[in-house]
Design a protein around this ligand. Structure first.
Ligand code: ASP
Length: 336
């Protein structure tokens, strides 16, 4: 029996047209373009129903409520389809795929985000392959998690990151093997699939709690951030050097982190390096972070760390529990 896939259009370049101020997503437009793609009617394709969200967004405009809107569209149709493909802008696609991987609890079906760097209506668009291959993968029965497909690569959603602003191989997951590669054929690579839960699928909507990301750079003056890192900021992702290092053995930052932590903020240490892991304590420039109450993000992307903080705060857990879970692999987002 043919699989039945729901194709949800949330916005992004794939369905954009050029206006006076630049590209924008045009409502009602993509469906007319899809009608003209003969491959979508091939016998090899799954059955596809198209649904366009409103408003369509450039993904730079997306925030937590838009993740909730997308999650809700999937949840409403969850029982009626074998899988979902979500058309989305590339700029924040890795944030949305990370967020959905936490929000869609006990997921047993594929949810694949894709888009393009060149609009479908333009010559040389990468959207056609990204769309068709995503639909084929969603209909393959081989995937049961949130993924991102782009430029021939199927990536775990909460491991993906945008690597190129203009290349067609725009995404990768440097800390996690690709789940599949599409060349002449689609090759599914050996990977540990998410453990299937017996619990019913549910949607955890996220609350827009205040989260901050602070990128460390040489010469950073931490006292300036003292006024920002108050109890008002619930979660802080520190993008540190290499394996979790900060300048000056953190003498000026640590009191700020201590204060933030005792006020209930969770400080998560990630690396600026796309590849590799944080190892707190490997250097004298990182060990004080632990005593100040920071947690290790290990090899999590900033995108996944931000989404995970939103998720854990939305679950209403205590600070201690959030600290523990930030360092725990919940759905394939980190390797210890
Ligand atoms: N600004 C666009 C977006 O993220 C870029 C893209 O889709 O490639 O919606």
């Amino acid at each position: 029996m043919k699989k039945h896939i729901c194709l949800i259009h949330a916005g992004g370049t794939i369905g954009m047209v050029k206006g006076e101020k630049g590209y924008y997503p045009k409502e009602g437009y993509l469906e007319t373009i899809l009608d003209g793609i003969a491959d979508l009617k091939s016998d090899d394709m799954p059955l596809v129903d198209f649904y366009e969200m409103s408003p369509l967004l450039d993904s730079s405009d997306m925030a937590v409520d838009d993740w909730n809107r997308i999650g809700l569209e999937v949840a409403k149709r969850y029982d009626s389809y074998d899988g979902f493909v979500i058309l989305h802008g590339t700029d924040t696609m890795a944030y949305t795929s990370s967020a959905l991987s936490f929000m869609l609890e006990n997921l047993t079906k594929p949810v694949i985000l894709t888009g393009s760097q060149i609009p479908l209506c333009e010559i040389r668009s990468d959207g056609r392959d990204n769309l068709i291959t995503s639909l084929l993968i969603a209909g393959s029965g081989k995937i049961n998690e949130v993924c991102l497909y782009f430029g021939g690569r199927l990536l775990r959603g909460n491991r993906a990151t945008k690597m190129s602003a203009d290349g067609l191989l725009a995404f990768d997951s440097p800390n996690c093997p690709r789940l599949a590669e599409a060349g002449i054929s689609i090759r599914y690579l050996p990977f540990t699939s998410k453990e299937e839960s017996n619990l019913p699928f549910s949607l955890c909507k996220l609350e827009s709690v205040p989260i901050g990301v602070l990128k460390i750079f040489p010469g950073i003056s931490f006292p300036i951030f003292d006024t920002l890192m108050t109890e008002k900021l619930k979660g802080i992702v520190l993008e540190t050097f290499g394996a979790g290092n900060i300048p000056g053995e953190g003498h000026t930052l640590l009191p700020i982190i201590k204060k933030a932590f005792s006020a209930g903020s969770i400080v998560t240490v990630c690396s600026q390096c796309p590849q590799g892991t944080v190892t707190l304590g490997a250097y004298a420039t990182s060990s004080p972070l632990v005593s100040a109450g920071a947690v290790s993000g290990y090899d999590m992307t900033t995108e996944a760390s931000v989404a995970k903080l939103y998720y854990l705060f939305s679950k209403g857990y205590s600070s201690e529990k959030i600290k523990e879970l930030m360092e725990t692999d919940l759905c394939g987002e980190l390797t210890k």
